[in-house]
Write a protein that binds this ligand. Structure first.
Ligand SMILES: O=C[C@H](O)[C@H](O)[C@H](O)COP(=O)(O)O
Length: 262
């Protein structure tokens, strides 16, 4: 497996592997969705099986739920958990204030609910996800299928009124038909290039009746673990105002990542 991993995959692995060390016995943990979060879930599974870690996980998608169960992690619902100690999730973009764009994998709604029901949200990401200004990654917006074209029109009018230039809104497709989220909704991807006031846009989007939620995570995440493909990593903690740089001791190349290879 190691030979097939791209540099970005290695960096994702580094961040996920380090973030797993922040999970403590007895925690109720929100489990994110996506390729970076999958590395985390696999590592946590290994810690549960081999190191006796006892956690209960609340997955943010059916994909993550399936993976967590396969890894031997006890899976519970958010209702059963009540509240979470920690959520660890990937992101499509993060800025210096740890505001995020999420939803590239279509799981933004459950991800936001789970993150906001947690004492702490940690993002795991390769360094390529860092941006000065959010918006290069198209912003996913989850919308109700009923009257979705009307919702799109209202979103486009909103973007014009907010003076967002050159925008494009695309219904996310899964081959021939619209992509459907775990909650039975559609996703519109807004190609905005640059989001000036992310807070204002997030609030305005959610005022539109057909909009369920948007992929802007503002003031939700307080820590990021940034991974590099050579094992370097950086932990930025906004609450403490600290940046800690470390080097992850990776096994030699032949064994690299075999602990998570499935
Ligand atoms: O809906 C998907 C999630 O928001 C993901 O966490 C995000 O798209 C990042 O995914 P990946 O880790 O695969 O880049």
């Amino acid at each position: 497996m190691s030979a097939d991993m791209t540099p970005a995959d290695k960096a994702k692995y580094v961040s996920a592997r380090r973030a797993a060390d922040l999970v403590e016995n007895g925690m109720r943990v929100g489990l994110g969705t996506g390729s970076t979060a999958a590395f985390l879930v696999r590592r946590l599974g290994e810690m549960v099986r081999d190191e006796g870690l006892k956690i209960r996980g609340v997955p943010t998608s059916t994909r993550t739920a399936d993976l967590a169960r396969a890894e031997g992690i006890e899976v519970i619902t958010l209702e059963q958990a009540g509240w979470l100690d920690l959520t660890i999730d990937g992101a499509d973009e993060f800025d210096n204030d740890l505001n995020l764009i999420k939803g590239g994998g279509g799981a933004l709604l459950q991800e936001k609910i789970v993150a906001m029901a947690s004492d702490r949200m940690i993002v795991i990401a390769d360094a390529g996800k860092h941006v000065e200004t959010l918006g290069a990654f198209p912003l996913p917006v989850e919308i109700i299928p009923f009257g979705w074209q009307a919702t799109r029109k209202l979103i486009e009018e909103l973007l014009i009124s907010m003076d967002v230039q050159g925008h494009d809104t695309a219904l996310r497709m899964a081959s021939e038909s619209p992509f459907v989220t775990d909650e039975g909704n559609y996703i519109l991807d807004l190609d905005l290039k640059r989001i000036g006031d992310a807070q204002q846009l997030a609030q305005a989007l959610n005022q539109i009746p057909g909009v369920v939620e948007n992929g802007l995570f503002i003031d939700i995440c307080d820590t990021v673990v940034i991974g590099y493909d050579d094992g370097r990593l950086e932990l930025r903690d906004l609450t403490k105002g600290t940046i800690v740089r470390e080097q992850l001791d990776l096994p030699d190349r032949d064994n690299l990542f075999t602990d998570i290879a499935k």
